[in-house]
Design a protein around this ligand. Structure first.
Ligand code: FES
Length: 159
């Protein structure tokens, strides 16, 4: 038995390896792996949260946003008609995405405003203690049910 093992090992070591055979095995294993994964793991979907925009006239627009998106994305992706909103497309140069939060929502926002955002907020009309720029607010699961007021007037700081 011992002798057989030795012979067998020698055979394996000396056996010539066909060109690209290892690569073929790897590709095949990868293909099988992908098939296994797609059959057993459901495609991950981004979780959605509900967001309500409230116009100055009291009209409420309730919609859905995906976790990880900015509030500006929610407005754009859902074709919400907010005149002039997001004019600079999130490059922090316009302040047209100014939104006003309820105090409790403001306190649970995932990130505090940075200096650039604060500078731009200073140029927004109807500024409040709970104002933020929608292009800087990233949706988290914790923000489900968020309600934000859209100020009556906007200021495009670029003009
Ligand atoms: S979209 Fe211009 S500052 Fe937010």
């Amino acid at each position: 038995m011992f002798r057989k093992v030795i012979t067998s090992t020698k055979y394996l070591v000396k056996k010539p390896i066909a060109k690209n055979s290892l690569l073929k095995v790897d590709r095949n294993a990868l293909r099988i792996n992908k098939q296994f994964i797609s059959a057993t793991v459901p495609k991950q979907q981004k979780e959605e949260v509900t967001v309500t925009f409230i116009r100055a006239n009291g009209e409420r627009i309730t919609t859905k946003g995906k976790v990880g998106d900015h509030l500006l994305d929610v407005v754009v992706n859902n074709n919400i008609d907010l005149d002039g909103f997001g004019a600079c497309e999130g490059t922090l140069t316009c302040s047209t995405c100014h939104l006003i939060f309820k105090k409790e929502d403001f306190d649970r926002l995932p990130e505090k405003a940075g200096d650039e955002e604060l500078d731009m907020l200073d140029l927004a009309y109807d500024l409040t203690d709970t104002s933020r720029l929608g292009c800087q607010i990233t949706l988290t699961k914790n923000l489900d049910g968020l309600e934000v007021k859209v100020p009556a007037t906007i200021n495009d700081a670029r003009s």
